[in-house]
Design a protein around this ligand. Structure first.
Ligand code: IVH
Length: 695
């Protein structure tokens, strides 16, 4: 084939495949078989391989995923990505409508849409070409994940028809149930942790460094919001219809409603029918249709006044309790987990539910073979809500909490005032040892990524490590040739399939591990302290401790009194620090880490802002914020002289509550009389010294 012929054929194939993609993924009207589609795709792949210089920048072959992404650059949003206010019942929607009617005199039309339960994304098109896909992040800036988004077939790489010069579309990346179930089945097989729900799986998948793996996991996308300086349509509905023509996947389940009854009908219909959808929705979004009216209504600090989300109640289902497993965490805490007769709930098959602790089992009065009601809220693991006592068999046995560790046989103990049971054999119990090492290497601790994905387990099972200091004694010869089970996609087949195989640690893997261990010597003291895995010491407390005490020896030698003198460190945390350093074995491990060259001291941090408006204040943040990420708001509090605490106590000055503040936290703050302020009040305080001195 000559180069001109190849160019012609590549253009032709790219266009044909694009058209078929649009028909299949957007119009849901495929006009060729999967086999014929694969044939066209294979022909294009082969041609692009032979003539790489001819491959179009928007080629559909990009959907199989390109090179690895090292890091996702942070990109500022051209228009901030706001969130939505939530409502839970008819009255709250009536209030929303009434508020609108105070500003708008003429009739108002609403568009009701599905609230997709995924991850929001902003897609930027210049001259019709997808140039950037950015996550919501903190609303002001997010991560650029373009290469991963390009693998989603329903996201157009190139627009069709009469599109504008510049366009930003907002939408949701979702993981359909099919993809979710397939991936979790694979992970289960491999003993890997399962994705808790489709939303988490989608969030994890768009941040993968390997776009090929993202492609394999088959995400989907719906768009629901057009952003431009001057949208050339007068209503939202019209704008989405135009977006559909340009190639975007727009949900057909949208309805223009004119009053609360029509809105309520839409809600009730989908509350029932959502069970038949192939993906998760967690509610309905109600939006003012007219752009002129939206303009009049404006936005608040967090969300537009022209839209509201209605959240569905958690779905419940009944099933049978088959057995109970007792899992051992890295601190030795025993968590009972119920094995259930598999049941379909909110889009996924539920097989397990957490039972929290011994008290929870007692309160439920749980017996084996009981019929239990399971609920899956927005939260990850399903919960058992109640037992159907009428269906209990006479001879069924009550679930008894174990008395010995299921992993190492040690007699369990309980700490005073705590409900949890522990295995005290911290240095000899395998899941505790592995859990501590896994925590040590994790991203927010020592960030030794090349040791992830089950490699720690392999090294431990081969008796090469028994604590995290042993990592630094590992040698090339010890690691080379170790074997690990892995999955991969067999691309050689016409219908790629996931295959499981054993792979051994090769030269590259071993060198990566050894290099990242060497690199970890640069990790700052606060993170090393966090990595040690001292009970009760999270990232924030580790930062405070490192900053206040300066080096490890000061902490090792600090008395309980000295520790509790540090703001935010209460008696429980102080005792836990002492317990850790009073154990000679930990001191021995730390001494070995010192020899390995890890950072065990830091300069006292100069405060980074002259404005110390929050000096002396202990603040708890809870929930999700419109203007900040969680880490961002905590950093700001520290920069302004405040202290972050993870739990509310009488020492807390105030709680900054975002959306979805935990109900337990709310109750505790109210009981202790701790003031709760919202994000807008917080912004007022930090920008206005007079108000803050009164808080
Ligand atoms: S409109 C200005 N429409 O829900 C608000 N959002 O809690 C623009 N979501 O961040 C969002 N389905 O990720 C809109 N049909 C829909 C949606 C939707 C899901 C998500 C979105 C947003 C969150 C708000």
């Amino acid at each position: 084939m000559t180069i001109d012929e190849a160019r012609k054929r590549i253009t032709e194939l790219s266009e044909t495949i694009d058209n078929h993609n649009y028909k299949y993924y957007v119009l849901a009207q495929p006009s060729i078989s999967d086999y014929d589609f694969d044939m066209l795709m294979n022909e294009l792949i082969a041609l692009e391989k032979e003539f790489p210089e001819l491959a179009l920048p928007t080629s559909p072959t990009q959907r199989v995923g390109g090179d690895l992404t090292k890091e996702f650059p942070t990109v500022k949003h051209r228009y901030p990505m706001l969130s939505l206010a939530n409502s839970y019942n008819r009255d709250e929607i009536i209030d929303f409508i009434k508020r609108i009617e105070k500003t708008i005199e003429e009739p108002v039309e609403f568009v009701c849409e599905l609230k997709f339960d995924g991850v929001s994304i902003s897609l930027t098109y210049e001259k019709g070409i997808l140039v950037r896909a950015v996550t919501r992040g903190d609303g002001t800036q997010g991560d650029e994940v373009t290469n991963n988004i390009k693998t989603i077939h329903s996201v157009p790489l190139k627009l069709r028809g009469n599109y504008p010069e510049f366009l930003e579309m907002r939408g949701e990346v979702i993981m359909p149930h099919d993809s979710f179930n397939k991936i979790n089945a694979e992970r289960d097989e491999l003993g890997m942790s399962l994705f808790a729900n489709c939303r988490n799986a989608a969030a994890g998948t768009i941040k993968l460094q390997d776009p090929k793996e993202t492609a394999r996991r088959r995400l989907d996308n719906f768009c629901y919001y057009m952003m431009m300086d001057n949208v050339p349509y007068s209503t939202h509905y019209q704008s989405l219809m135009a977006a559909k023509e340009w190639g975007f996947n727009i949900s057909p389940h949208m309805k223009v409603c004119r009053n609360i009854d029509e809105i309520e009908d839409f809600i009730n219909y989908w509350d029932e029918k959502r069970r038949n959808l192939p993906f998760d929705i967690d509610g309905i979004v109600i939006k003012v249709n007219s752009f002129a009216q939206r303009e009049q209504l404006g936005i608040t600090a967090k969300s537009p006044r022209w839209a509201i989300a209605y959240k569905f109640k958690a779905e419940q289902v009944s099933t049978k309790l088959l057995s109970v497993d007792f899992q051992v965490g890295r601190h030795g805490t025993i968590t009972p987990v119920a094995n259930l007769e598999p049941v379909f709930l909110a889009g996924t098959t539920v097989k397990r539910a957490t039972l929290n602790n011994a008290d929870f089992i007692r309160q439920l009065d749980l017996h084996y073979d009981d019929i239990v009601k399971v609920e899956k809220g927005g939260e990850i693991i399903p919960k058992i809500i109640e037992v159907d006592l009428e269906k209990r068999k006479n001879d069924s046995k009550p679930v008894e909490f174990i008395t010995k560790c299921p992993e190492c046989g040690t007699v369990l103990t309980q700490k005073e005032g705590e409900t949890a049971w522990y295995c005290p054999n911290s240095m000899g119990c395998p899941p505790q040892i592995k859990g501590r090492i896994e925590h040590f290497i994790s991203r927010k601790a020592m960030n030794i990524e090349s040791l992830g994905e089950g490699k720690v387990e392999v090294i431990f099972d081969n008796h090469l490590i028994n604590n995290y200091a042993d990592l630094y004694d590992l040698t090339y010869d010890q690691l080379y040739g170790l074997e690990k089970v892995e999955t991969f996609v067999d691309e050689s087949s016409l219908f790629p399939e996931t295959v499981t195989r054993k792979v051994s640690f090769k030269e590259k893997t071993v060198n990566n591990i050894l290099n990242s261990l060497i690199k970890s010597r640069e990790v700052p003291f606060a993170r090393v302290l966090y990595a040690l895995g001292i009970r009760e010491i999270g990232e924030t407390t580790a930062k405070i401790l490192a900053n206040e005490m300066g080096n490890i020896d000061n902490i090792i030698n600090a008395s309980l009194e000295e520790l509790t003198a540090i703001n935010t460190i209460g008696p429980t945390i102080a005792q836990s620090i002492r317990d850790f350093f009073d154990d000679e074995r930990n001191i021995h491990i730390i001494n070995r880490l010192k020899v390995a060259g890890l950072q065990f001291s830091q300069e006292k941090k100069a405060t980074s802002s002259e404005n110390q408006i929050l000096a002396g204040k202990t603040i708890v943040v809870s929930g999700v914020f419109a203007n900040f990420s969680r880490d961002g708001i905590k950093q700001l509090i520290e920069d302004l002289g405040g202290k972050n605490a993870s739990s509310i106590s009488s020492k807390t000055d105030f709680v900054v509550a975002g959306e979805k503040m935990g109900p337990e936290k709310k109750k505790k703050a109210e009981t202790l009389g701790v003031k709760i302020i919202d994000e807008t009040e917080f912004l007022n305080i930090i920008n206005n010294p007079v108000i803050s001195s009164e808080t």
